[in-house]
Design a protein around this ligand. Structure first.
Ligand code: PEP
Length: 250
């Protein structure tokens, strides 16, 4: 049976208090699509205001520190994020793996910290263009996934993977349906190897230049259980067609 699709927006470092109205517009419009889970991962500073503005709608963060508390200036723990009203967080986004030099071990620790306090996780993996062109994309992303996965999925919090080819993020370039299908099938096999039957229930999102115009084609690919959306999640007018495509794909 197909998994319920999840369409999550990643606002990255975009959004001020004056943009809460856009979050409300997305939350309101999403009610038309109860067959899809919709979430917005907003800047940390907006989480509490956003969560208060749209009760019942899933607001998330974009990263957490792996420790519960301590001397980590400028960092935010999973507990703090939950306390602010977030129900999920992204971990291991390629922009953090690259700019903050986050390792697979750190991503794994972050995912475990989030899940252990009941915060859902979207764990990102993806290859560079160089790796794709060398023909090593599947092996490289499988290895990244294996090394980043939390030890256990026990608990109530939702856990999803986002396959985000780095060269597709914000570039307008998207892999072919066959390339996405090949990668998602490989990730599904790795998830089942890691978690037995529960690996079949982990949603695998595609991310990288998803738009209203290409969403239906992407959602039609086997093992694509939703999308992580950057640029096109900032405005309801751009985001909602993606949610509608997810609803239509079933
Ligand atoms: C992202 O960075 O998670 C992303 C998918 O960005 P975009 O949709 O803008 O390519």
């Amino acid at each position: 049976m197909a998994l319920k699709k999840l369409v999550a927006g990643n606002w990255k470092m975009h959004g001020l208090s004056s943009d809460i109205g856009e979050i409300q517009a997305i939350a309101e419009a999403s009610r038309q699509y109860p067959q899809v889970d919709v979430a917005l991962c907003v800047p940390t500073i907006l989480i509490e205001r956003a969560a208060r503005a749209v009760p019942g709608f899933a607001i998330g963060g974009q990263d957490v520190h792996h420790a519960e508390k301590g001397a980590h200036t400028g960092c935010v723990s999973a507990h703090m994020m939950r306390d602010a009203g977030a129900v999920l967080t992204i971990v291991g986004h390629s922009e953090r793996r690259e700019a903050q030099r986050e390792s697979n071990d750190q991503v794994k620790a972050k995912a475990e910290a989030a899940l252990s306090c009941g915060l859902g996780v979207i764990l990102c993996v993806g290859e560079t263009l160089e790796v794709r062109e060398a023909g090593d994309a599947v092996a490289s992303v499988e290895a990244q996934l294996d090394a980043s996965l939390p030890r256990t999925l026990a608990g109530e919090a939702d856990f999803a993977i986002a396959y985000e080819p780095i060269w597709a993020i914000g570039s307008g370039k998207v892999p072919t349906a066959a390339e996405i299908g090949e990668m998602h099938a490989a990730l599904r096999r790795r998830l089942i190897a890691a978690y037995d039957d529960s690996g079949g229930d982990v949603r695998i999102l595609y991310g990288g230049s998803v738009k209203g115009s290409n969403a239906a084609e992407i959602f039609a690919v086997a093992n694509v259980d939703g999308a992580l959306v950057g640029g096109a999640s900032l405005k309801a007018a751009d985001f909602m067609p993606i949610v509608a495509a997810a609803a239509a794909a079933g």
